[in-house]
Design a protein around this ligand. Structure first.
Ligand code: SF4
Length: 381
């Protein structure tokens, strides 16, 4: 194929992808990942914490050509989810949503972005029936951010997010592997320079050095991926984040530039869950929580994980009106929630908290929860 024909084909493919509503589309030529050594170092240090799946199928992760026979190019798409224009998210929201990472306040992006990407692939295949494609939105062993860098969409920031000079870092990424030979976009250089705001701002020290995220200290990991108790030494640092964390993006100067988004229905929380506040959430049984949050990514840590997070935030927020709900949470079916409620009552303090902890300690049978109760009572002394 001649260069002009390849250029024309590339632009047509880009146009078809942009028609699906993505904010940016870049093209990368497929080759083994340049960040292979860094990934292996990251895994060897154990920075992936309990996310064991990140250490599986590493070879395939490092060479996207393994994922689709004959794949030659990647179309990397970015979809912006913040900042949202005033009132654009959902009108009056319960206080739960203010502690939810912005990407998770609406519908589950895995679903709606994958659908768009599949549709883009099908449209391309209708025009170029000889080609094959495979779409990924965090749905397989692929280094999306590395491909995004190679496609010229942006550069990796010191907080390990993709930074775009025009769109900032509030971006969700998807990848369409194609058997087409397309013209790659040129990568751009480093965007951080001397800045280190994100490293300084991380409340739990999860960015110990530039470009290194230690999930063992990351609020997003503990509040979303982890199922058991959250380590005591991180609880205060988690502050009022009930699901994920945005601090390293909130402080990034590149995020001050893009104009606010309006009219994106996908960014609105499910109707049944919009008014949820943390106290109500803490008291909702599994089935009702699932009903209220259908279609939302908030169910990833399971209902008990979400109630655990609510109990933690209520302890950190120091709100006296949360005390009755925390007392009742000492009887939650999940020991993880009971243990977290005990910690939070210890943090709130007062005679009512002490009485409730003593009463719970008299009937509790789980050793882990008994330990939490004992430590909470000691903290009250
Ligand atoms: S806050 Fe500064 S160092 Fe961190 S990603 Fe943004 S520009 Fe880079």
């Amino acid at each position: 194929m001649t260069a002009p024909a390849r250029h024309e084909r590339t632009e047509r493919v880009r146009e078809l992808a942009l028609a699906e509503g993505f904010d940016a589309v870049g093209v990368a030529r497929l080759a083994p990942a340049a960040s292979g050594a860094a990934l292996r170092r990251w895994l060897a240090r154990g920075d992936q914490a309990g996310m064991a799946w990140l250490g599986r199928r590493v070879e395939r992760r490092l060479d996207p050509r393994e994922s689709l026979p004959g794949a030659r190019s990647a179309l990397v798409v970015a979809w912006r989810y913040a900042p949202v224009a005033e009132g654009g998210e959902a009108g009056p929201l319960g206080d739960l949503w203010r502690g939810v990472a912005r990407y998770a306040r609406g519908a589950d992006y895995h679903d709606f972005l994958l659908e768009r990407l599949q549709r883009a692939g099908q449209r391309i295949a209708e025009e170029l029936p000889e080609m094959d494609f495979r779409a990924y939105v965090d749905t397989g062993p692929l280094l999306e951010r590395e491909l995004a860098v190679r496609s010229g969409l942006g550069a990796i920031g010191k907080n390990t997010n993709l930074l775009s000079p025009t769109l900032g870092s509030w971006l969700l990424l998807g990848v369409l592997l194609l058997t087409l030979d397309l013209e790659p976009d040129p990568p751009i250089g480093d965007l951080c320079g001397e800045c280190a705001r994100c490293l300084e701002a991380c409340p739990t020290g999860a960015l110990p050095e530039p470009f290194r995220l230690d999930a063992n200290r990351c609020i997003s990991y503990w509040t979303i991926e982890h199922r058991g108790p959250i380590p005591a030494e991180l609880r205060v640092g988690i502050g009022e984040w009930a699901f994920g964390c945005d601090v390293c993006q909130e402080v990034c100067p590149w995020n001050g530039r893009p104009a606010p988004l309006a009219g994106r229905e996908e960014l609105r929380p499910p109707v049944a869950g919009r008014a949820l506040d943390l106290v109500a959430l803490l008291e909702l049984p599994d089935q009702e929580l699932r009903r209220r949050l259908t279609g939302s990514p908030l169910l990833r840590p399971k209902p008990a994980g979400l109630r655990r997070n609510a109990a933690l935030v209520l302890g950190n927020a120091g709100r006296a009106e949360a005390l009755p709900a925390l007392v009742r949470a000492l009887g939650d079916p999940s020991p993880v929630v009971r243990g977290q409620a005990a910690w939070s009552l210890g943090r709130l303090g007062g005679s009512q908290a002490r009485e409730a902890l003593e009463a719970a300690g008299a009937v509790e049978e789980d050793d882990g929860v008994l330990g939490e109760i004992a430590r909470a009572l000691a903290a009250l002394d």
